[in-house]
Design a protein around this ligand. Sequence first.
Ligand code: NAD
Length: 320
Amino acid sequence: TSSMTSIALPRTRHQMPLVGFGLWKVTKSTCADTVYNAIKVGYRLFDGACDYGNEKEAGEGVNRALKEGLVTRDQLFITSKLWNTFHAKEHVKALAERQLAAWGLEYFDLFLIHFPIALKYVDPTERYPPEWYGVDGKTVELQNTPLQETWVAMEELVDLGLVKNIGISNCQGSLLLDINRYARIKPQVLQVELHPYLTQESLVALAKELGIAITAYSSLGPQGYYELSMDQGAPSLLTHNVITSIANWHNKSPAQVLLRWATQRGTAVIPKSNIEKQYVENLGIQSFSLMPDEMKAISALNCNLRMNDPADIDPRLAIF
Ligand code: NAD
C-alpha cells in the first residue's frame, strides 16, 4: 500500500487521489496562484466549498493550469460542497450551477453535503457565502428540510452530469445507515474530522463495511484551528513527543507522519497550507511506511477531541 496514490470509488471506479489540497482558509488574494502552483508541484485533488469563499479564485488557478496544458481536466479531481442554507430541493441544483460557474468548470468530481444540517435559505444575491448565522449575524435559523429530500436532489445532479460522485461530510454512523436505506445512488465518500486525538475507529469501520471511501479532514489535529481560536487548548501534534520521535526515526517531518498514519489507515487526506514548503512536503508521504507498533502508538493518542463541532456555534446543532 505504500506506493498507492488513489482510492477507487465504489460506484464509478473513479480514482480519488489519496493526498489532496484543502482550500479552507487558503488566502483569497493568493488562492489562484497557490492552486496553480500546487498543480505544478503535483497536486491533482482540490477540496473546496461554497463556505470557503474562494471558489472563483481556486477556479482561476485551475483554469490557468488547464490552459497552459499542465494537466487535462480528467487528471484533476475537484471536490465542492453544498452549504447548509441550500438543502431544499429547489436550491441544490441552483447552488451547484452557481459554484460550477464560479470555478469555471462543467462538472465536479465529487459534491458533498457539507453538514447534515438544514439552515434557513439565504438568497446568494443578499449574502454569499451565507455562513452559519441569519441576517442579524448572530442567530442560527433552522429549516425543516429532511435529509432525504436533499439526497434525492444530489442524485439528480449526478443524473444531469453536473457532478460525478456524491457524498456527505460531518455525518455519524446512524445517519450513514439511514441514507444507505433510501439512496438510489449510494454515498461514495464520507469526509470527517480524523486525527490522532479523534480516531473514530467505529465510524471508519462502518464506512468501510458500507463501501464508502473516507476523506480525513484536519489531519494535523488542532494545527488548523489555532488561527481561529477553535483549538480547545489542545497541545500541537506537530511537537508531541510520540509524533516527533517517530518522525526523527524515519527522517520525516511530524506533519508527514500524521498524514501517513491517515493514509495507512486507508483514509484520503486533504491538508491545507498557504506555504509552498509545507504543501510540497505533504504530497511526499507515500514513499515511507509506519510500522504496526508505530501506527498503534499514534492511534493511542485518541482522546475523542473534536475541534470542528457545530454545537459550539449553537447548542441546537449538536449533531455528534
Ligand atoms: P490541516 O490539518 O490541514 O492543518 C492546516 C494547518 O497546518 C495550517 O495552519 C498549515 O499552515 C499547517 N500545516 C500544513 N502542512 C504543514 C506542514 N507540512 N508542516 C507544518 N505545518 C503545516 O487543517 P484544516 O485546514 O482544518 O483541514 C484541511 C482541509 O480539510 C481544509 O482546508 C478543508 O478543505 C477540509 N475541511 C473540511 C471540513 C468539513 O466540514 N468538511 C472541515 C474542516 C476542514
